[in-house]
Design a protein around this ligand. Structure first.
Ligand SMILES: Nc1nc2c(ncn2[C@@H]2O[C@H](COP(=O)(O)OP(=O)(O)OP(=O)(O)O)[C@@H](O)[C@H]2O)c(=O)[nH]1
Ligand SMILES: [Mg+2]
Length: 207
């Protein structure tokens, strides 16, 4: 008997913080330095393992276009949320604070898994607008959410983001290199033209 699991992750945050870069690094091992605004895009990872099949949908949202109906739908349908800010931008931190509040206001399950990601840590300490200690203590102590420092550019801690969200969501599974993995970028409600099957090496995200 095969057990089927379906999990939907929503990635949100201000424009240009690196949401698409994080997803691209995680699913396709690619970092794109050119900036192209996202409207909305849905990605899918399929994982097969001993008698279990996990479908992981990752919704990449727009940081600049705010359609309240789209945002509400994303918040209502997400199993977990990744809120990204960029360590060189104080306003992007304020944005995740506001997004987190919107999620809590909208959802009846106040313990919905949320992980805050401090991205672009590669820019160096002197260019930081927000100190690690300040952000981490606010997020972990006051908010009770997960906190991960990452760099999509240097591929630092990207898998850690997904491990943390799955850990919080109590989705425990193991992937070995032998496991067949398929990832695809699928047309979302707003972008029906893009559809591609990604090829990449296998990667372990054991929790
Ligand atoms: N230095 C550095 N640059 C990054 C990193 N992640 C993303 N970028 C760059 O930041 C810019 C914006 O990245 P995106 O991933 O497109 O940002 P986004 O959050 O998806 O933006 P929207 O789709 O407009 O909401 C791009 O030029 C990326 O190459 C990082 O970890 N370090
Ligand atoms: Mg984007």
């Amino acid at each position: 008997m095969i057990l089927f699991f379906f999990f939907r992750l929503v990635v949100m945050g201000a424009a240009g913080v690196g949401k698409t870069a994080i997803i691209s690094q995680f699913l396709y091992d690619q970092f794109v330095s050119e900036y192209k605004e996202t409207v909305e895009e849905l990605h899918r990872g399929e994982y097969d393992m001993n008698g279990m099949h996990l479908t992981l949908d990752i919704l990449d949202t727009s940081g600049s276009l705010c359609f309240p109906a789209m945002r509400k739908l994303a918040i209502d349908n997400g199993d977990a949320f990744v809120l990204v800010y960029s360590v060189d931008s104080e306003s992007s931190f304020q944005e995740i604070s506001s997004l987190r509040q919107q999620i809590l206001d909208e959802r009846s399950d106040k313990d919905v898994p949320i992980v805050i990601v401090a991205n672009k840590t590669d820019i160096g300490v002197s260019n930081r607008a927000i100190l690690s200690e300040t952000a981490e203590s606010l997020v972990c102590m006051d908010w009770g959410n997960g906190y991960v420092e990452a760099s999509a550019k240097d591929n630092i801690n990207i898998v850690g983001i997904f491990k943390e969200i799955l850990r919080q969501s109590k989705v425990r599974y193991e992937l070995s290199p032998a496991v067949r993995r398929r990832r695809e970028s699928m047309p979302s409600t707003t972008d029906k033209k893009k559809s591609k099957l990604a090829k990449r090496r296998t990667q372990s995200i054991n929790t």
